[in-house]
Design a protein around this ligand. Structure first.
Ligand code: BYC
Length: 321
């Protein structure tokens, strides 16, 4: 038996037993590449996803709302950082991943290419976007790659706070004045369909789902997760007294799920190919921030080199004594 074959057998045994594949383990190159693609895309989404919300920090309606929003946006930065770390365990560098994002060779979630026009958008992002992210990430806690799975456990705890703060904004607006209710409804009208697109193309058009399900990277398909999200969210919209902008939405007694209308997949593909309302602005802003931050990175590296040198001197001095 060759070494590769032994590795393959061990890998398959791990997958079959629902155990975790760890960085030190042999893994098929396709498995490694799929994970790098997905985890990097996920990390980029967390980081780019800070932009639509940071647009409202200076205009939050109260000090309390501002503090909560800042904390949430900082959480997204943290998610990005530990997802980049999870990707690095697969043998890629963070610099390389960031470069691939900046040069359009890697994607980030379609949802962040839409503008945040009113304060109610902060409510809908928390409620729907973080809500959709949780549905996806609860599934990813069970993913077969150990570092990704463990990163998801913490993500989900924080996303759940994010979802609740968004829903609470929507609750306040929908119980407020007629103008506030109109803002909440308008935000739901604009974010509903893009939120359903977050789960990716229909299974029939998904390039990676079949293989990713076999490798247990994905534990549910795009369509199944989307259905779960719709079923979970409709009662929440009803409680708010808001109308989901879908005339075909109806509870299907036989399926025990909601049926919903057709998603505009042309819009989805246009957005992920870089032609959505905010694609160019998001990347320009990200690259600008990266370039402006160069001195910070240089200073951090110089500081850590000095600290390491000081620590080495201390060890030498102890050795000499
Ligand atoms: N947007 O074969 P498929 C957050 C691409 S951030 C863009 O089904 P897969 C938050 C896909 O990459 C959380 N592209 O792909 C942050 C593929 O293209 P390539 C974000 C998409 O990977 C701040 C092609 O379409 N969550 O919560 O099996 C503030 C075919 O798709 C999208 C994650 O990133 C999309 N929506 O399944 C607030 C979750 N969908 O790569 C909140 C992690 C598909 O072949 N990712 N594509 O060129 C995943 O779970 C999976 O990657 C997906 C897609 C379900 C998204």
């Amino acid at each position: 038996m060759t070494q590769t074959t032994a590795g393959e057998t061990r890998f398959q045994t791990t997958i079959d037993a629902d155990d975790k594949v760890e960085p030190r383990d042999w893994m098929p190159e396709g498995y490694r590449h799929t994970l790098i693609r997905q985890i990097a895309q996920h990390a980029h989404s967390e980081v780019i996803g800070m932009q639509p919300e940071s647009n409202w920090i200076t205009r939050a309606p109260s000090l309390k709302r501002k503090a909560i929003l800042i904390a949430k946006i900082q959480d997204e930065a943290g998610h990005g950082l530990y997802l980049y770390s999870a990707a690095e365990t697969l043998g890629v560098s963070r610099e390389d991943l960031v470069d691939q994002l900046h040069t359009g060779r890697q994607k980030y979630s379609s949802i962040f290419n839409y503008p945040t026009l009113t304060w109610a958008d902060m409510g809908t992002i928390g409620w729907l976007v973080d809500g959709a992210a949780i549905v996806n990430q609860i599934m990813l806690q069970q993913t077969s790659y150990g570092p990704y799975s463990r990163a998801m456990v913490r993500n989900c705890k924080e996303e759940s706070f994010h979802q609740r703060q968004g829903y609470e904004i929507m609750l306040t607006l929908s119980r407020g004045s007629a103008e506030q209710r109109a803002l909440a409804q308008d935000a739901l009208d604009r974010w509903w369909w893009p939120s359903l697109m977050m789960f990716g193309p229909p299974d029939s058009e998904s390039t990676h789902t079949e293989q990713s399900m076999e490798w247990k990277i994905k534990r549910m398909t795009n369509d199944d997760l989307r259905q779960k999200f719709v079923d979970m969210t409709i009662p929440q919209a009803e409680y708010l007294g808001l109308t989901v902008p879908d005339p075909d939405l109806v509870w299907n007694v036989e399926r025990e799920h909601y049926d919903f209308g057709d998603i505009d997949w042309d819009e989805f593909w246009t957005v992920i190919k870089g032609h959505g309302p905010m694609n160019r602005e998001r990347i320009q802003h990200k690259v600008g921030a990266w370039e402006d931050g160069e001195w910070v990175r240089e200073a951090a590296i110089a500081h850590s080199e000095k600290a390491a040198a000081r620590a080495a001197d201390t060890i030498d001095a102890r050795g000499a004594a």
